[in-house]
Every structure is written in C-alpha cells, then in structure tokens.
Design a protein around this ligand. Structure first.
Ligand code: SIN
Length: 298
C-alpha cells in the first residue's frame, strides 16, 4: 500500500510502500504523481535503483532534459546530471560541483522550464554521526498566497527575464569570493558560444499559474532572474530582493536531510531549492539528477 506522509507545513512529503526498482502499475504511478503535485516535494527512502531505472521512472512524467553542461552528464546516460564534490584521478570534477549555490528552480531560463527534477542520493556527506549537504526547498505558491493584497496588485502582469548567462556571471563572482576566503573551487570548463546560444534569455510572467494544480506562484529566482522587464534597474533589484526575502522565509521551507538511497522529486513550477555547502572532501557527496521538461509558464 502506498502511504503519503506530509512532513513540511507547506511542502514536502514522504511516500512509502514503493520499490522504484520494480515495475509500477498505472494506478501506483497515478497515486505517486498526485502526491507529488499536492506536496510540491516528495521523496522515497531506501531505494536501490540503477541509472536505467531512474531514467525509466522519471520519464513517466514526461520528456527528459539533457543538461547544457555535457561534461557533467553521466556517461551513457545523457539525461542524468551528476551532482557531486568528487574528482577524477586527474583532479577534474566528475559532475556539477556547485549546482544549487543560489535559490532557483531548475532550467527556469528555458522557454519550457523544467517541471520536475528527481535527485537520487548515492553518497551523503557524514562526519561523527552528523549529516551534511542538506537541500532547502521553498514553496513559491504558499509564498504567493501569503503576499499582502497590495503587493499582489503591484506584481500582477509583470514579467522577468531568466538568463543562463546571468547565472554564469553570478556564479563566477561567487567562486572568486570563495577562493578569496581560501575555499576550494574546482574550475568548470568554459561553455562554448554554441552551448550558450542554445540557452538564450527568456522572458516569463513573474506570477505563473501552475499547469496542473492551477495555483499561482512566484516565478523569479536569485540564480537566473536578471531583471524585471520595464522597471528602472534599481527598482527592479529592490523588488526582486523583497520577493526573494519573502519566498525564502523559514515559514515556507522544507529542508531535506539526505540519506543514501533517497529519491527526492521537486516541482519546479511550485518550489525553489538551494543546496547547503557545509562539507568538503574527504566527505563525499554523489547524486544523480534527472529533469522533466515542463510547459511555457503562463
Ligand atoms: C540542484 O540544485 O539541482 C542540486 C541541489 C543539491 O545538490 O542539493
């Protein structure tokens, strides 16, 4: 029997009674999909799945994306993005080392941003019985609902630009600051112009309506939103800052503490997330991410 247990106040649920390494009936899949959309973040513990099984399960939700960062994809599985702090024997990153440095929803810089992401944890950093590398999730629908009426009115109809180039620039600046503090930064290979051209900036509504639940949510994030269209830049930055502070209040968050064997899915049209970088080698973190394409926000 499939059991769904709500964990967070506004988002987050554990689904038990499912073995993702076994074929799932249409009925079981429908129950999982409904729990996912109701809870915005849903996870299964103690799963033992192969990359093929992760791909097959998440593909049931829709078309899988292949990340623009080719070097961080799992060999033989272009739909899997490796998220890890591990290095190969030549000291090169084996995957994305700093995914989730800023609050964001996945691939929000695409015309059809990701609907669902699924992260399967293989190795989780741990020291002296304490687990590191949590992921925080914030409900953008609960955050929208809680806005005062005058703010809802102010932002209605506004549009914002999501930009992968903007993200790269921000990320590089953060890496420089990290280096200056004496932190370990593994340089990622530069993206070619062709790769960058494949992810042009997109303009989307700042308030979007969820394509499945019809709930309204804030579709701006500090990683990818470069500005709000049509506002003077200081006003745009001030309004964005206000919205980011609002969305990421603890009230709207669920923070996931990982165990090896977790398969956790989040709804990018209803939640944002951020990784916690409170660990370093020799503590090891290895996760595989699949991402399902969504529809253009409206
Ligand atoms: C991500 O942003 O997709 C990864 C989050 C994490 O590694 O905790």
């Amino acid at each position: 029997m499939i059991i769904v247990k709500r964990i967070g106040k506004h988002l987050g649920a554990e689904i038990s009674g499912v073995d993702l390494s076994k074929p799932l009936s249409d009925d079981a899949f429908a129950q999982i999909a409904s729990a996912f959309f109701d809870n915005e973040v849903a996870f299964f513990r103690n799963q033992k799945i192969t990359p093929e099984q992760q791909v097959a399960f998440t593909r049931r939700f829709g078309v899988l994306e292949q990340h623009v960062r080719k070097e961080a994809r799992l060999e033989g599985f272009p739909e899997i993005l490796i998220i890890s702090n591990l290095l190969d024997d030549q000291g090169r990153a084996i995957g994305s080392q700093d995914a989730g440095r800023f609050w964001h929803s996945d691939l929000s810089y695409k015309k059809e941003p990701s609907m669902l992401s699924a992260l399967y944890s293989i190795e989780v950093p741990e020291k002296d019985g304490r687990v590191y590398g949590d992921t925080g999730f914030a409900s953008t629908t609960a955050a929208y609902d809680a806005l005062p009426a005058d703010m809802k009115q102010r932002i209605a109809g506004l549009r914002n630009v999501h930009s992968y180039r903007y993200y790269r620039t921000r990320n590089r600046a953060a890496q420089e600051q990290e280096k200056a503090r004496g932190g370990r930064v593994v340089q990622e290979p530069e993206l070619s112009e062709e790769q960058l051209r494949s992810v042009p900036d997109v303009e989307t509504p700042l308030v979007r309506t969820h394509p499945v639940t019809a709930r309204k949510g804030l579709f701006v994030n500090e990683a990818h939103t470069s500005h709000i269209t049509g506002l003077p830049s200081a006003e745009s930055a001030a309004l964005l800052g206000e919205l980011y502070r609002h969305i990421t209040q603890p009230e709207f968050q669920y923070v996931h503490s990982w165990r090896p064997g977790d398969l956790l899915m989040w709804d990018n049209a209803a939640a944002q997330h951020k990784a916690t970088f409170d660990y370093d080698l020799p503590m090891r973190r290895l996760m595989y991410r699949t991402t399902v394409r969504g529809s253009a926000p409206f």
